[in-house]
Design a protein around this ligand. Sequence first.
Ligand code: C2E
Ligand code: MG
Ligand code: MG
Length: 753
Amino acid sequence: MSKEPVNHFQSRLKKLRNKAESKLAKSQAESATPKELKQAPIESVDVLLHELQVHQIELEMQNDELMKINLSEQILRNRYNELYEFAPIAYLTINADGLITNINSKAAFMLGIDRNNKNRFASFLVDQDKDRWHLIFMRLKKQAIGAENSVCLMLKHGNGSVFYGQIDCRRAKDHDALGVINITIADVSQIKQSESDLRIAATAFESQEGIFITDIDTVILKINRAFTRITGYGEADIIGKTPKALHSGVQNAIFYKNMWNNITATGSWQGEIVNKRKNGDTFIELLTITAIYNTDNTLQNYVGSLIDITSQRAAAEQIEKLAFYDQLTGMPNRRLLLDRIQHASASSNRSGQHCALMFIDVDNFKSLNDTQGHDMGDLMLKQMAERLTSCVREGDTVSRIGGDEFVVMLENLSQDAEAATKQTHVIAEKMLSVLSEHYSLSSHEFRCTSSIGIIVFSGHKTSVEDLLKRIDIAMYQAKHTGRNRLCFFDKTMQSRVESRVELEQDLRLGMSLNQFVPYYQKQVNSDGITMGAELLIRWLHPKNGLIAPMQFIPLAEENGMILEMGQYMLEIACKQLDAWKSNPLYSLLTIAVNVSSRQFYQPDFVHNLSALINKYTVNPNKLDIELTETVVLDNVDDAMTKMRELNLLGIKFSIDDFGTGYSSLAYLTRLPLSHLKIDQSFVRNIGVKESDSIIVKTIIAMAKNLGMTVIAEGVETEAQRNFLAVNGCNWYQGFLFGKPVPLVEFEQSLQVS
Ligand code: C2E
Ligand code: MG
Ligand code: MG
């Protein structure tokens, strides 16, 4: 209430009081003497008194009223204070210096303020917002009373936590007329958080995944842009419809029923489905459907998110194809075969049924490739794959594991091993037969045979690697026994292989420990004079004693160790010739060295040998290289080139074991050969087998015609020597003249003779 009535009353009271006081003073002055007093009119005093009493009453009444007004003013002030102090909104006032002069408890609580201290409002702002506030504050200070400004700033609580404050400022006038700013602060952190959540949600909604939101009846309410991009359906096409619009028909009703059962039970479902785009194309999508519930747990919406995985799937299929299938034939490759064998073993273990593995190798594929070219070879392999597939059932596997090698796996054969073997045999026979039929390769007709190694197995008893090893062994066995054959693996094959493996390891060790030594066997002329020696390798095995070359040379040929061995023997020969050079007893001797096919066809053979000759300054005429007919015939052109090159250096060549190769002699005329060594098998039969005696005679005659020296190998008896001598043989080698012996013995034998 306004103070005006009180003021008015007080001023009237003052006036009355002044009037009465002046009258009283006057009457007192007049009654300074009793006479004068007696003379004062009685009634005017009474009136005055009455007036005074009235005024007194009036005054009292007005005083009561004043008190009431004061009381209600106090109540109002209290209510104001209460309202200010405990208002649910933070309220504070700052002065022109930015200091907080008034603050209600909500604001004090919000800022964590100690109200006894003078606080600067700006000190409650985070650093990055201080400049903004300063601008607003400066501007407001300059503005008229009543000017307002609002800003959202980040504030700090005394405990260090921060919050977003919506700050509304109003320029007001203070008692000291400097001006103040009234500020209300509302904590809008939650609103800000919600805004940010909404922003994130909106961004997420427009993600790469297609999203659709439906009501509880699966009617689509909202879709995002990715949904349109993936499905082709825009909002106008699909909103109001259900996702059935996308159905391709690939999934049946049971599928969808299960899907919805799952959503109802667990609240969500995820899986791959094939759907149809607006343009009718089908696509594979990874779909996730999630049920959205209200706080009271009632169903509100379904949200579906989908990723188009069509191209991803195609790429995965392509990768799988590259990784697990042979590019040429489209058949499973080795990797997939191994996997299938594992599975087959497991299922055979359960069912007790047998499986069979067959290793198929083309007998002369190399020659097709060499003569007709790789394109023809590829064509044939494709046809082979088709033929093999035609022989097996659908669940069986035909795989190509490399080159011309196929492995076929038969599954679900009989539980009885014998019956399973029979079943396999029938199929393998059929395979041999279809594989040996004509292949029409472009304009060419080609025919070839194959060899098949087989194993019948069940369960996990044998590892996959061992199974493959065994069919490989069986296949080689099939080849050895004459090609176009099939061969079932048996245990003796295995032990042969195992001892071979053992020998191989031993051989490597022997090589590194220098267990190989040269033996020398005399070669004499018709007068019995030693003309030279053949160098024959021996293995001085620490446990097994002296091992003859036939027990390890074939293996060394296969595993390549023959290269090291051969080089070693050539070096020994050169070294020895060098050592003999200055001794008249040995200086005329020749040394014959056996050279294997693999060694001879090394591209650097000529280079290596001439390097050795240079190294030991050997007379090349003293070195005689023994090659068998088969070695030379393996690649006549290459052999010829090499022999000619070396012959130009002075090196001589012999054909070893002549007569065993059943080859034509025509090529002999084209080769730079010095010696022909009649194989000991013919010599042995001299006088025993008429035909062999004739062969020996013929060989000697022919060699003479060709201007070659003939050496008879394996001469053991005088009778043999006589026969050979009568027929014109030049040189002899055999036990009759001397067995192969170590160097020292060989040299001693020459000193004696
Ligand atoms: P080869 O080159 O035909 O050697 C002749 C073989 O006949 C030698 O067997 C020799 O001991 C044997 N021999 C010689 N005279 C008689 C005889 O009167 N009666 C009988 N029963 N045998 C006789 P060896 O030393 O066991 O060598 C066998 C084969 O091993 C050689 O046949 C040769 O092909 C090969 N060989 C030996 N040393 C080497 C070598 O250093 N390198 C290569 N690549 N092969 C070698
Ligand atoms: Mg020889
Ligand atoms: Mg020989």
